[in-house]
Design a protein around this ligand. Structure first.
Ligand code: AMP
Ligand code: MG
Length: 324
């Protein structure tokens, strides 16, 4: 990506206003929460969310946590049952994230939940995060504000060292008090599941909900069956590196391609990988809705965001066990 100038502003009224404006314009802002500094983007804007993956250099599209000012704002994007209401009343604002079903009418980027029908939501307590969320008036997607694989930042200076030149603005609000990532509680199933330990203990959750099953620290490396974070896969078969389109196939293409039609979608005619990332899940779903047997996908360059796009396409193309 093109290097850019990274500015640091303090969290007074003008800094908050600048940060809110920058986010609403679809650009990235790092901001403090009580856990770690987050790399924030407008969660309703696919291009802004794609920019998060680009800035972090993440090799894959894992779902991001969406931060909301309060429970009412969270309820506009996620479906709360009685358990979720109880947890929200007791532990929000705070270092606790809930994975809940996405509202079908949520004005939310599909990329933010990596194409899944669930969404991770949190109401942070940090006063700077609260002021920013209220000023911006949008849900903010934010993973930790560091390059992929690096340690999580707890000061604005850490963010600058890791991401300087890769985002326009850092909102400085002092040190993070918890310094640990948020606890992630999955309430999409019958049994509450702890996906990641963090600032809120399992004992606290169990005192509210009864038994909570525990996943390994890494949701991608489960220690028991059923704990895997499932990945979005279309119903149609996916064929990679396609150069031709067979009968009954839909085509997902990229770059200058003269093929057009009802069964053809172009991730980015100009060959822009950020645009392609932003469109990926929506286009896979749209082609899948056509009811075709196979989606043929042209090869995508394995550079920048192309690596994450290809990672997801390879998973979608992997042989399935037929149980889904
Ligand atoms: P990070 O943003 O780096 O703090 O990581 C967010 C964590 O939340 C990752 O481990 C994700 O796998 C998890 N997560 C976010 N959304 C979902 C979801 N919809 N379903 C399951 N896990 C999720
Ligand atoms: Mg992280």
């Amino acid at each position: 990506m093109e290097p850019m100038k990274t500015e640091i502003v303090t969290d007074g009224p003008s800094g908050i206003a600048r940060a809110a404006e920058t986010l609403r314009a679809g650009r990235l802002v790092a901001f403090p929460t009580e856990t770690v500094y987050g790399l924030g983007a407008d969660a309703t804007n696919d291009r802004a969310v794609a920019a998060v993956f680009e800035a972090k250099g993440r090799p894959r599209f894992n779902p991001l946590i969406v931060h909301c000012a309060d429970t009412a704002a969270a309820e506009r994007i996620a479906l709360f049952d009685d358990r979720a209401h109880l947890v929200a009343e007791t532990l929000w604002p705070g270092p606790l994230t809930m994975v809940l079903p996405r509202r079908p009418d949520a004005k939310l980027s599909l990329l933010v939940s990596a194409g899944l029908d669930s969404v991770a939501v949190r109401v942070p307590e940090h006063p700077t995060a609260q002021r920013l969320l209220r000023a911006a008036g949008i849900p903010i997607a934010a993973p930790s504000a560091n390059r992929s694989g690096a340690v999580s930042p707890t000061t604005a200076q850490h963010v600058l060292e890791s991401l300087g030149g890769r985002l326009p603005l850092i909102l400085a609000g002092g040190r993070c008090s918890v310094g640990l990532e948020s606890t992630i509680l999955d309430l999409t199933g019958e049994r509450p599941l702890l996906l990641r330990p963090g600032g809120v203990t399992r004992e606290t959750l169990e005192s509210l909900l009864g038994p909570v099953a525990t996943s390994s620290g890494n949701p991608d490396k489960p220690n028991a069956p059923g704990q895997l974070v499932s990945h979005y896969a279309p119903g149609a078969r996916v064929r990679l590196n396609a150069t031709t389109v067979g009968p009954g196939e839909a085509l997902l293409t990229f770059g200058p391609d003269l093929r057009k039609g009802e069964t053809v979608l172009n991730l980015s005619e100009t060959g822009d990988l950020a645009e392609a990332a932003a469109n990926l899940f929506a286009y896979l779903r749209a082609l899948d809705r056509l009811g075709v047997k196979t989606i043929a996908v042209v090869s995508i360059p394995e550079e920048g965001l192309g690596a994450a796009i290809n990672d997801r396409l390879r998973r979608a193309a992997a042989p399935r066990d037929g149980s889904r």
